[in-house]
Design a protein around this ligand. Sequence first.
Ligand SMILES: [Zn+2]
Ligand SMILES: [Zn+2]
Length: 661
Amino acid sequence: MLLSQYQYNLPFNFFDFFTSFDHPLKSFTRLESLFVFFRYYNISINTNINFCVKGGTIPISHYIIDPKFLYSHIMSLRSKGIMFLDQVITPDSAYLLEEYNKIKESLQNKQGRIPRWYNFLKNHLTISSTNNHLNIELNKPIIQNPRVERLRPPPISVEVQNHTGPSKWIVTWSQNITDAVYGRAIMTTNYSPSGPMLFAEHWIKIPINTSIATPRSCPNLLQPCPGCKLHFPYYVGDNRINCILKIPYPRIIKIYALQKHNIQQYASWLPGRLLNNVKVIKHNHEHYKIVAYNDYLIRNNLLPSRTSLLDTLDNASPANKTYQLITSLIKESVIQADLWSLAQNVQNHNYFEIFTDGSFNRSPSTNEFHMGFGWHIPNIPDFNAFYRGALKHLPSSTKAEIMAILTAIIILLPSNATILILTDSQAAIDGFNKSAQLLKAHSTNAHNDRADELAKSGRFKSVSTNINTRGIPSQNVSLIWNDEVNLDKDIRKYMGKIIDYRLIDNHLNHHNLADIQKFTKKHMINWPVSSKFFSLNSCNDSTCDQHSKDVSWKMKTSTNTLPTLDVLNRNFPDLIKDNINCLLCHNNSETNDHLWKCPSLLPHIRSAFQELAILAQDILHKDADKLNLCITDTIKYSNVFCWSLNDIRAITDNVTAILCA
Ligand SMILES: [Zn+2]
Ligand SMILES: [Zn+2]
């Protein structure tokens, strides 16, 4: 149900539906739980799933979010074939249908009593238990454009509401003049049921000297309109304003003007002298024109339905197929252009021998990428066809090898030519369908050396090549990190990792583990060694009493739960009365933390560490062949031992970490 409602440009997409939950519900599947976790790790989902849904305009899913019964709601709605709020409200969108029996008539499944979701809607969506008038405005279908910011309408009121304070700037599409129209908010009326309406002063673009700039590079300067056909003549109010726009709120896009002190620098752009009343807005007019027009199309559901890449390819001429492939699969326009010009140069040939190679540098310099790839086609007479590129994220040498082959195929494949690809990477061959005939190239071949050089120099390109996952017809869903990096690893494994991390996170957030969390974040705990320490059995018998005591002590110190007086007082208030002062120093309360700070205990800990330092030195001297001085200094200045050799120094965090673990 959620999936199918995705086509409505809801303010949030259906995966974000799960962000309404702080924790996954018990009834969530593993996958649904993951969606709840995604935002904690800055992971988002890209999809190219298309659905065509008919029968309503207001998806019901966003009105039934009741964590307790969400699933029974969805199951019930699904069994009854209800998908839209339209199906359970009056045609004027004002009332929830009074009688559940009335709703029942139109249902495919008429079984059962009044469902829980109906009562939920009645309790949350109507004015009162006796009046079914909806407490939300639904007179416009909530097809929305999530890419623009709206002006928030004021509450319903009989009063006119004036906009005071800093000016609010807006843009909207006018089908009347087929252009974007700017305005400064003046006042709002919001009488039910006409909906919120904005009255704005019309501002127009100042014509500027375009001979010194392209339309995209010139600043967007606005001045008040002296009066035009968009003026709303029945406006009563400030009569210094010459042109008034009246705009329903759902059509308004909020925009931003720059601060006044920026205006002087644009003086040279103006044909005449700098006017007093000039505003500079953030983006150029072309930008707002596109934004406003797209918004108009989306709101009126006029966007042409998206056809799949394959349909487009089938209808295109061969050259266009190449163009489509390049532009839909490659993100960067500079790289698209490079590949397209190469494709045009080779399109009259029908046999290609391509030498490909990838390169990988574990520690690249500042102007270098981790991965580079390159290929060349030596068998075309009169044309030196070669290409090189760089890859940025999640480095692996196989990825570079595969990218070399991929970019070559993209420009050659639609031409129906015979292609022979020569690579020295078995992994790359395995990465493709094994039935493809890729030959393992011989490493002494001069052509191969050239491919190798290209791949290495590819790492120094200024722009890396990125695959646009939306352009891959067979892949519906891809994971994106930080709006930038495609997680192109095995998604199953990634999801497992995310859940594991979440569990560890939750675990470490337990207050008893605060120290361990702190030291883990500082990378002060060597986990492999710690785990050996925890499982170490100093007596040979695994059922030995001493061993279980040891383990228990290790656990309790690491979780700050040793039975010190404060803990005992909390657990047995009758037995251990209020006096929980340290029995050794009588100065502080005896807590787990105090054990490592008690002035009476510290000398003992110090001497223990001095002994350990000597022991460590002896072991290292015996087993290492380094210079003696080096070993002594390493121990003397290490964070673990340095404090113990100097009477004044306080215990270091590293020692606390050791003592705690
Ligand atoms: Zn005007
Ligand atoms: Zn003490």
